[in-house]
Write a protein that binds this ligand. Structure first.
Ligand code: AMP
Ligand code: MG
Length: 403
């Protein structure tokens, strides 16, 4: 049976970034990947700039750091200095304002004592030329590449884009991800389940997971375990670049999804992964996109979505390394655990003085979604009958939305 890592490579090997689109730069683009290089249209700072409130001086006027100067100008941020400083002259200047011609240093306001007739006494160390001044172009120069292709847009990138005057950019768009729950027993959340029925928890859960991964969820509701109902609903879902199906992929009598997918021209690349929960995961492709058949048990669906669908969405969005980011944590307590497949166990990850510590939370298996409400991570335990010891390192997958 395929390992999780092998299955992830197969998924990523079949998924390519979507074609770039031109978009207005708005906060909605957070997490988008740049499909073009962005360079600066100007020098930053655009002029020699004061880093302190104080006075701009000619350092030659203060060879030993002390002296009396005459204030001839006041330069606030946004103003342009109108005159050059002559010998014995200084200009009041505010942080961020341009240095006047003739000045080569700024003396901070704390070193000044006001005198009469617009004069000040300076008592400081001898000013170094350039002191408290950021020279023009120190941060960036016109033509510098400031964001390479593949940059993920976050707050810093939005600030930089605005700084260099970009109001539109080429980005990889968010993929639409259709979500269809299958099962005769399912009813919508606004209904009271009758005998033998349960509510469709997976639909809303998977849509939220898609959203948190940067995809655009499209809910397709519920399909009965009936080929004549599954076929048109799945065909409709295949119009999206990604289709998630929940349920109907195991080996039961009414697990009809694999056959319907075949009938609709989907090639299955795998249909079993060595993991718990989630073994009967199906992954397939067709000319228009990718399909995941997620096992119906809620925790199985959630874990498979995290391990396989999130990386696929991130790859479609153009991310360079969309693989799940596992970290190491130490086990918070002894944990005896027997399992026949590598197991992604709901757990609580806590940052303590000496680093990350993880505690498995009580869990009754793949149907027990409630256990996940106390978890913020999945701890990975190997197959076998092991007595894991407190303090031992464990691989952990943080759940990105949980705290
Ligand atoms: P299946 O994968 O279709 O064999 O379903 C496995 C288990 O998951 C069954 O107990 C189903 O009732 C349950 N299940 C399937 N689909 C859903 C769903 N959308 N929401 C909640 N539970 C589900
Ligand atoms: Mg079913």
């Amino acid at each position: 049976m395929l390992s999780v890592a092998e299955a992830q490579e197969i998924v990523l090997g079949h998924v390519r970034p979507l074609a770039p689109v031109r978009r207005a730069v708005t906060p909605d683009l957070i997490g988008s990947v740049l499909a073009e290089e962005v360079s600066s249209d100007l020098d930053m700072p655009p002029y020699d700039k004061a880093m302190m409130d104080g006075i701009a001086v000619r350092s030659a006027d203060l060879p030993d750091g002390t002296g009396v100067l005459t204030i001839v100008d006041e330069i606030t941020a946004g103003r342009v200095p109108i005159r050059a400083l002559g010998p014995g002259e200084a200009a009041r200047i505010m942080t961020g304002a341009p240095i006047p011609p003739g000045a080569d240093a700024v003396v901070m306001v704390e070193r000044l004592e006001p005198l009469d007739a617009g004069r000040v006494r300076v008592t400081d160390r001898p000013p170094r030329p350039g002191q408290n001044i950021i020279p023009r172009g120190r941060e960036l120069r016109q033509g510098d590449v400031i964001l390479p292709v593949g940059s993920v847009l976050g707050p810093v990138e939005f600030g930089l884009l605005a700084t260099v005057g970009r109001t539109t950019v080429n980005v990889v768009p968010a993929p639409e991800v259709a979500v269809l729950a299958t099962g005769d027993e399912l009813v919508d959340a606004d209904r009271s389940p009758g005998p033998g029925q349960i509510r469709n928890g997976n639909g809303p859960m998977l849509q939220a997971q898609v959203r948190s991964a940067g995809g655009l969820p499209r809910g397709l509701g519920i399909a009965r375990d009936d080929p004549d109902e599954l076929r048109p609903k799945i065909a409709y879902g295949l119009e999206s670049p990604v289709l998630l199906l929940s349920g109907g992929v195991s080996a039961g009598k009414l697990d009809l999804v694999p056959q319907v997918l075949r009938d609709l021209g989907v090639t299955a690349h795998f249909h079993k992964v060595a993991m718990k929960p989630g073994k009967p995961l199906l992954f397939g492709t067709h000319p228009g996109g990718a399909v995941f058949g997620l096992p119906g048990n809620p925790v199985s669906s959630l874990v498979c979505c995290e391990l396989f669908v999130r990386p696929a969405i991130r790859r479609l969005r153009g991310e360079h390394d969309p693989r799940p980011r596992l970290i190491f944590a130490v086990l918070g307590e002894d944990f005896a655990y027997a399992t026949d497949r590598p197991t992604y166990h709901p757990a609580r990850l806590v940052l303590q003085d000496r680093g990350w510590v993880v505690w498995p939370v009580p869990w009754f298996g793949s149907a027990d979604l409630r256990a996940l409400a106390q978890a913020n991570a999945l701890a990975v335990f190997p197959a076998g009958d092991h007595r894991h010891r407190a303090g031992q390192p464990v691989e952990v997958l943080p759940l990105p939305w949980a705290h």
